[in-house]
Design a protein around this ligand. Structure first.
Ligand SMILES: Cc1ncc(COP(=O)(O)O)c(C=O)c1O
Length: 399
């Protein structure tokens, strides 16, 4: 008899998977969406995407492109007209000058931009420092590039802003980059200029790359977003990642962009040209229209999010789920401490008992424990009904 036990199918299957991918945990959000898909009458505050359709004139630009026969590949870097518009846009908003020929790359969302940025700069075991709670893709993209992810916990006492001193404590000889994502998913936190200046000084002193995911830069309420690349001496070491998904309600078009030094964009383009070739041309045509004349629609959507934000935050605090005021993105991040439940227990029971979907804070890293993420890119009526259901739930579970 053979000493080796016959391998089961799943064991054999797993053995074929690379160690790097095998060790990656699935997103903590997925479990809830799988449960949600089997249930009826659920109000979802779970998904992080606009409930608006893409403004029609933007969609029409993509459709009209198809009708005219624009259905082919474009330049790997993206259509020149789009890169020129992006360059103009970044100059108008942040006073930054990016050469459309060499310093801008159009990507398949910020998702691809992030992956390319990591793969372009990371050597094995290089470390990337990033605030936590963290957007779910930051750690996996670091690990998949062969790097190590070093989280810096942030707390509600500091409005979930990361401090330069807390980053500095984690800098080692292997630190390659700081990765920031503000306005923040999941907390809704924004950074203040003075804090960013200290972090910029740190990056310069330790010669670190700054990766800045600013996908929510236009979704701010009563504050001005500060772009870290626009601080003195920061442009050449910053990889700016921007997108269309959130501000223009274009998640399904899959388009974003990266702006950085010529060397970094060249390296990112090398990967992009072999893996993606280019972003679909119709999405690029729609994005040109968004940049040329989408501002009014963005302003309207932001005003609407702001109304919903106020209702959500006031409502959460009123039912005992203490919530700091988020000034950006479209998320509220209330504490569930009053119930004595863990964030996963809270989210699971709330979904089963009251049919409201929220995301457990622990899905965004250990420092998200004790909180849940509620996305308020949802119709006001639904938010109000969700709050009524949550009130009942909290009353039942108050510890
Ligand atoms: C912080 C953050 N970065 C990036 C992304 C991905 O955006 P995209 O649709 O541009 O790939 C998201 C989407 O939720 C996000 O919240």
């Amino acid at each position: 008899m053979s000493a080796r036990r016959p391998q089961g199918r799943s064991q054999r299957g797993r053995a074929r998977i690379s160690q790097r991918v095998g060790e990656l945990s699935p997103s903590g959000i997925r479990k809830f969406f799988d449960m949600l898909a089997t249930m009826e009458d659920v109000i979802s505050l779970g998904v992080g995407e606009p409930d608006f359709a893409t403004p029609w004139h933007i969609s029409e630009a993509g459709i009209s492109g198809i009708e005219k026969g624009y259905t082919m590949y474009t330049s790997n870097r993206g259509m020149l007209e789009l890169r020129q518009e992006l360059s103009r846009n970044l100059s108008a908003r942040y006073g930054l000058t990016y050469d459309p020929d060499s310093e801008i790359l159009v990507t398949v969302g910020v998702s691809e931009g992030l992956d390319l940025a990591m793969r372009a700069i990371i050597n094995p075991k290089d470390e990337v420092i990033s605030p936590e709670p963290t957007y779910v893709a930051y750690e996996p993209s670091t690990l998949l590039a062969g790097g190590r992810f070093v989280p810096v916990p942030t707390t509600v006492e500091n409005n979930f802003r990361v401090k330069a001193a807390d980053i500095e404590k984690r800098i080692t000889g292997r630190t390659k980059a700081i990765l920031l994502g503000y306005p923040n998913n999941p907390t809704g936190a924004v950074m203040e200029k003075a804090d960013l200046e200290e972090i910029a000084e740190l990056a310069q002193r330790h010669d670190l790359v700054m990766i800045s995911d600013e996908i929510y830069d236009q979704l701010v309420y009563g504050v001005k977003h500060v772009c870290i690349a626009s601080l003195p001496e920061m442009k050449e070491r910053t990889i700016f990642l921007g997108g269309f998904s959130k501000a223009y309600a274009m998640t399904g078009w899959r388009i974003g962009y990266a702006a950085a030094s010529e060397e970094i964009i060249e390296a990112m383009t090398k990967i992009h040209q072999y893996t993606m070739m280019c972003v679909p041309i119709m999405a690029q045509m729609a994005a040109i229209e968004a940049l040329k004349s989408g501002e009014a629609a963005v302003k309207e959507m932001v005003a609407d999010y702001d109304r919903r934000r106020r209702v959500m935050v006031k409502g959460l605090n009123a039912i005992g789920l203490s919530c700091f005021e988020p000034k950006g993105a479209f998320y509220a991040f209330p504490s569930v401490a009053v119930t004595g439940l863990s964030s996963e227990e809270f989210a699971e029971k709330l979904l089963i008992e009251e049919r409201v979907a929220v995301v457990p804070g622990v899905a965004f890293g250990g420092s998200g424990e004790g909180y849940v993420r509620c996305c308020y890119a949802t119709a006001l009526d639904e938010i109000r009904e969700a709050l009524r259901r949550m009130r009942r739930f909290v009353q039942r579970h108050k510890s």
